[in-house]
Design a protein around this ligand. Structure first.
Ligand SMILES: Cc1ncc(COP(=O)(O)O)c(C=O)c1O
Length: 459
């Protein structure tokens, strides 16, 4: 290894990590006896750890982020050039990449017109919550202010985004949470809550039942993932989004689509909502916007919403009084512009559709041999396999065993994910989201590893 940031030995790096870094989402007791994993290098679909072990990454940096793959020099160069020319100024002023990326993005989002920059998915969602609350305060006397969220969806890690988490284990112990958020049912037909013909429409109608119970004049907005991710890769049933859109329109409820995972190609379209003809009022995105080469998130809205924040220039409180310091970092949009060029020039959305179809077909083939696979779901390169102890009753496989499958794949040098500590008793879905550059050989290697792991863990 040539550059270790001033130390001679990778062991020193691992020791420093073990002594001083508090890692995300991990219980640290085990690091009293084993070393934490330190990832030191990445190329294409592959990463290497501190021991030099190579891994095929089937989760794009663990959490659906590195969509164009590792080691992209052209993005690094775009960021470097921008940093030398102009690294930062608060976004109360504009920047060259900020303006140009906003224009490129809006070209991909007919009906939308304004981009508000910040730097995480949680923050992008909070911006919408603040906009919605301000619209309520200024136009509805504060009454039409509640925000609907769906069971099983995830929208971020802050106290307020956790108030909109449909995942009780994520929010547990972090209360009291922000008031004014109301849960509506999920739409996963495999875990059906109604026995009926048109499940998509029925699941949408269940949202309207909540709206009528609460009072439509109290509900300002609804947030939802177009295809839910961390809640178990939930692809909406036919007719669902059309009906949800109609319900929101009838009750004058603003629709906020959380594209933090699905956005920028992941599902085989520029945005997940575009598969379903949805016309959102707000769209938020983060992870794949710059594939992790820089921190950037975007809150995108329509001209009609934007107009509401400049309708009374004489009122000093009428505009959006919000700032995100690092929303002014020019590296974010510089990386995002180059990321978008790569997706277009390398036809990565077409590849996502082709490789996503292969991944789903491979998972269905595995399901023929492994009774533990109860359901296979996905859109583009955003796929999941729900594991069950019993196909007839759909009793969930134990979380411990699901994690053993993930660990076995890791042992084989393939990094996959699984829902975890989200839904009590239902953390049983393997999650796959390889980079959009995946080849047929990569896809087959991923499902071969799962095949071996399922055999060893479940027999
Ligand atoms: C759908 C969705 N929204 C929001 C977030 C929060 O994003 P961040 O971790 O960048 O704050 C996530 C993170 O996984 C997510 O999956």
């Amino acid at each position: 290894m040539d550059d270790l940031g001033g130390v001679n030995d990778i062991g020193e790096v691992v020791a420093a990590d073990r002594a001083h870094v508090w890692h995300h989402l991990i219980q640290h007791k085990m690091f009293e006896t084993v070393d934490p994993r330190v990832i030191v290098e990445g190329r294409g679909m592959r990463v290497w750890d501190a021991r030099g072990k190579e891994h095929l990454d089937a989760v794009s940096g663990g959490v659906w982020t590195v969509n164009v793959g590792y080691g992209r020099e052209s993005i690094a160069n775009a960021v470097r050039d921008q940093l030398i020319r102009m690294n930062y100024f608060a976004n109360s002023a504009g920047s060259i990449p900020g303006a140009l990326f906003a224009r490129r993005l809006i070209e991909k989002m007919p009906g939308m017109s304004r981009v508000y920059y910040s730097n995480s998915g949680s923050e992008a969602n909070e911006k919408v919550y603040k906009m919605v609350r301000q619209i309520s305060a200024r136009h509805h006397g504060g009454r039409k202010s509640k925000i609907l969220f769906r069971e099983r969806d995830y929208h971020g890690t802050t106290i307020t985004t956790l108030a909109s988490a449909g995942q009780p284990q994520r929010a547990a112990q972090y209360g009291p949470l922000t008031p004014g958020f109301v849960q509506v049912p999920h739409c996963l037909e495999y875990r059906a809550q109604w026995d009926c013909e048109n499940y998509g429409e029925r699941a949408a109608d269940a949202i309207e039942e909540v709206i009528l119970r609460e009072g439509p004049d109290t509900i300002a907005a609804m947030i939802a993932e177009p295809v839910s991710g961390a809640g178990g890769v939930i692809v909406p049933p036919r007719g669902y989004w059309e009906r949800v859109q109609d319900i929101c329109k009838r009750h004058e409820i603003l629709l906020h689509i959380d594209e933090v995972v699905c956005g920028v190609g992941r599902t085989g379209a520029w945005f997940g909502y575009q598969h379903y003809g949805v016309k959102p009022d707000f769209v938020t995105m983060a992870k794949g916007v710059a594939s992790g080469y820089a921190a950037i998130s975007c809150t995108v809205t329509t001209e009609a919403i934007f107009e509401m924040f400049k309708d009374d220039a004489a009122d000093p409180m009428s505009y959006f009084r919000d700032i995100s310091t690092f929303g002014g970092c020019a590296s974010g949009p510089a990386a995002a512009l180059e990321n978008m060029r790569i997706i277009e020039d390398e036809n990565l959305i077409d590849n996502t559709n082709a490789m996503g179809a292969r991944l789903i077909a491979n998972l269905h083939a595995l399901a023929e041999r492994h009774a533990v696979i109860g359901d296979v779901r996905g859109k583009g390169l955003f796929c999941g396999a729900e594991l069950v102890a019993d196909r007839a009753t759909k009793e969930a496989a134990e979380e411990r065993k699901v994690q053993a499958v993930v660990a076995d794949c890791m042992q084989q040098g393939v990094i996959i994910g699984a829902t975890n500590r989200s839904l009590p008793g239902l953390n049983n879905t393997l999650c796959l989201s390889p980079a959009l550059i995946a080849t047929a050989d990569d896809i087959d290697a991923i499902t071969d590893a799962i095949d071996g792991a399922l055999t060893r863990v479940f027999g």
